[in-house]
Design a protein around this ligand. Structure first.
Ligand code: DHE
Length: 494
């Protein structure tokens, strides 16, 4: 009996010394790359807001085995199963305070890779600079510049970890600005194929916008609650605006866009019922506050940028707001969870219509933009994320991968813009996720992502709908054609 007690005691002390407290493990193994405060360093921030796209079992695997094609080492030989689980528990727990990322932190993070204005003004390649694509590859956090005439990659480079949202071009299309979920903003010179400057504008960022005059960048953050204005030339800080509503409530920023015809940026706040319009051409960037009926998560504009069409993700009512009067002019009936950020417009029987995919229901809502009535709910095989069209193609292309539903995950629906019927269903690679489409400048080809680690860009002739080429890529996500984006094609979200 005494023998058994001794063995049990020895076993327990062994376990107690083997399993270190989670904070100690974090300090020893994680802090040097991810920051003592979990706000990120050379590795990404480890906060629930930043990890929303990573499932817990995946996080456990990453800590145990490391991450290929990154500096993240595996700790399976140093840490026990419980210790790894405790670390995962820690990184998915909220900080007990709102982290500070103010002027000092932003200014200190600034990196000037190449002196502003020092690079030649002529492209170092012969491809048409207006028919280039920027393709974001999430698989190994890189981006590819692709020649839209030859349909061939020109250059591939590393990006910051986990880019999100559409990269935004300078008005003449020479520079592209990326935002990462961790708040890094990078300016890339497409003509010289070089990253010229970077700055960390927040800890958890929604997206960025570039002003129509190309002089200013606006970044919208979830963490901290702020809008950050940067000089588009070198990404130096111009101003930090804490996002506090008239009700005194501090709020996350849902998204920011530029509205060139109005010389303004428009930002929606997520936790207070306000939309802000910021005049980018005026001294000190004055803010006009517009009160709205509901919180806005997701929005887009009509082609004139006079009307903002927005919705809260959990509400079935969209709102149409006249940006001149600041008044609501219509209400929309939208089922499920419409993704207005991916909304597009076209002319249907002589009047403008808008269409939005839906991240919860297998339906695309087509709405008359004069009466604001739903003309049709086009049934799709499953909920979708992205939608695009082009002036020179008769179809609006939309995916079906929003919920991972196997019946629709691998398809691209082609909705006839005249009959409002699904006319064709393409399966770029059966059983593999198909997502996001972008067109060449002339609309002749459509580029679809096979959204897998060993994925591809599948290129279709938009007339014959035949595959013309397949380019292997690492989980390609969004792709952006310089011409379509800088001319604000009606077929693409802006
Ligand atoms: Fe996105 C654009 C919000 C999840 C990939 N996404 C946008 C935009 C917003 C938004 C507001 C428009 C920004 C712009 O263009 O500047 N996205 C949201 C969400 O609220 C949501 C549902 C939850 C979240 O985690 O933020 C979400 N988004 C995702 C993903 O899970 C996707 C599929 C993979 C990823 O990258 O995390 C994803 N979102 C994208 C892409 C765009 C985008 C590729 C740009 C589309 C375009 O064609 O412009």
């Amino acid at each position: 009996m005494r023998w058994l007690v001794m063995v049990t005691f020895l076993f327990l002390t062994q376990v107690a010394t083997a399993a270190q407290p989670v904070d100690k493990n974090y300090g020893e193994h994680c802090a040097s790359c991810h920051g003592a405060d979990r706000l990120g360093g050379i590795g990404p921030a480890l906060l629930p807001e930043n990890l929303a796209r990573l499932r817990r079992p995946e996080a456990i695997k990453t800590i145990a085995n490391g991450r290929a094609a990154s500096q993240m080492a595996g700790f399976g030989d140093k840490l026990g199963k419980e210790e790894i689980e405790a670390l995962v528990g820690l990184i998915y727990s909220k900080l007990s305070y709102l982290p500070v990322w103010g002027e000092n932190e932003i200014i200190t993070s600034h990196i000037q890779h190449v002196p502003a204005g020092s690079l030649p003004d002529k492209p170092v390649f012969s491809a048409d600079p207006m028919n280039l694509f920027v393709v974001v590859e999430l698989g190994d956090h890189s981006a590819t510049i692709l020649d839209g005439d030859k349909l061939e990659p020109i250059h591939r480079f590393a990006t910051r970890f986990a880019l999100h949202g559409g990269p935004k071009f300078s008005p003449e299309g020479r520079f592209v600005y990326f935002a990462s979920r961790d708040g890094w903003v990078s300016k890339f010179d497409i003509y010289n194929l070089k990253t010229v400057a970077e700055v960390r504008a927040g800890i958890n960022t929604r997206n960025l916008a570039v002003s129509g005059d190309g002089k200013t960048v606006l970044v919208g953050n979830y963490l901290p609650h702020s809008l950050v204005l940067l000089d588009a030339e070198d990404l130096t800080l111009l101003k930090v605006i804490p996002t506090v509503g008239q009700d005194g409530k501090s709020s996350r920023v849902s998204a920011v866009y530029q509205a060139e015809p109005r010389n303004s940026f428009v930002a929606a706040l997520k936790d207070t019922r306000e939309v802000w319009e910021i005049a980018y051409g005026e001294k000190d960037f004055p803010i006009r506050r517009i009160s709205v009926d509901d919180y806005l998560d997701d929005f887009f504009f009509d082609q004139s940028y006079k009307l903002l069409i927005g919705t809260a993700r959990d509400s079935h009512k969209g709102q149409v707001i006249d940006l001149d009067s600041g008044k609501k002019v219509a209400q929309l009936d939208l089922p499920g969870m419409p993704h207005l950020g991916s909304g597009i417009t076209w002319d249907y029987q002589g009047r403008p219509v808008m269409a939005t995919p839906n991240m919860k229901d297998g339906v695309v809502s087509v709405i008359d933009m004069q009466s604001w009535k739903t003309i049709k709910e086009v049934k799709t095989l499953g909920p979708g994320f992205f939608m695009r069209s082009h002036e020179n193609t008769r179809y609006a292309w939309t995916d079906g991968f929003a919920t991972g539903n196997p019946a629709s995950n691998d398809v691209m629906h082609l909705i006839d813009k005249e009959t409002l019927e699904v006319a064709h269903i393409l399966r770029p690679e059966p059983g593999k996720t198909a997502a996001h489409v972008e067109f060449t400048r002339d609309g002749k080809y459509a580029l679809v992502s096979v959204w897998e680690m060993e994925g591809a860009l599948v290129i279709y002739d938009t007339e014959t709908l035949k595959e013309v080429k397949r380019i292997p890529m690492k989980k390609p996500s969004g792709k952006y054609n310089v011409y379509n984006k800088t001319t604000r094609s009606a077929g693409t979200s802006h």
